[in-house]
Design a protein around this ligand. Structure first.
Ligand code: 13P
Length: 210
């Protein structure tokens, strides 16, 4: 895709997330890698009303080249790109079920979700939890950097999910699966549940690597 097509794609998928209630107000941000830097949604922008021409363009180090002031989470996105060579896009949301799980006590910081469905294993994998820091804080980006090499999906405590993908479509698909899985975890919280066995999880990882 050309840069202009990617700008349109960000606006299209941002609106899709917004229209389905996965993004609200000015929460969330999207970035996409370019050959000479990356595109980042502007700070305080509404995902449902992004203007493709005003999306921020950053250089490889995260400095603004053109467009509006970029998201306050720019350095969090940059950490994902720098730690994951295959990363082509990053999506961060405040989607409600994922945020609810991010506020729960006693989570496994290396693997937040139990092995509940095949697609959760295939698209989200081992979801890491990072401690709470204020939005845009350098310590939040540092905490994400520490786990990003081993996890493409990260849950920010009392905040929301961040997912890296090879493309924007892949990152959006995975963060939708993450949100759906969080909803299932909450729905089944008080129900006796049959989880996938370690052998079933291993088989999925073998059939659907990466
Ligand atoms: P920005 O508006 O700066 O992108 O921040 C929104 C957000 O989701 C913070 O975590």
């Amino acid at each position: 895709m050309t840069e202009n097509q990617l700008r349109e794609h960000i606006a299209l998928l941002g609106k899709s997330l917004y229209d389905r209630g996965l993004a609200h107000g000015s929460a969330g941000n999207i970035s996409v890698k370019l050959a000479d830097g990356w595109l980042m949604t502007p700070t305080n922008s509404c995902m449902g009303r992004l203007d493709p021409a005003r999306i921020s363009k950053l250089d490889l180090y995260g400095s603004l080249v053109s467009g509006d002031k970029p998201s306050k989470e720019t350095f969090l996105h940059l950490a994902m790109y720098q730690e994951r060579a295959s990363c082509g896009a990053v999506v961060h949301l405040h989607s409600i079920h994922s945020v609810a799980v991010s506020c729960m006590d006693g989570l496994d910081a290396e693997n937040v979700f139990p092995p509940i469905t095949a697609y959760a294993i295939m698209q989200v994998g081992r979801l890491a939890l990072v401690p709470y820091y204020p939005p845009g804080d350098g310590a939040l980006a540092d905490a994400v950097r520490k786990v990003a090499g081993a996890h493409h999906a990260v849950l920010l405590a009392n905040h929301g999910p961040v997912v890296a993908g090879s493309s924007l479509a892949a990152a959006v698909s995975a963060i939708e699966e993450l949100e759906q899985t969080a909803k299932l975890v909450l729905l089944l919280k008080d129900q006796p549940t049959r989880y996938l066995s370690p052998a079933q999880v291993a088989e999925l990882n073998r059939r659907f690597p990466g």
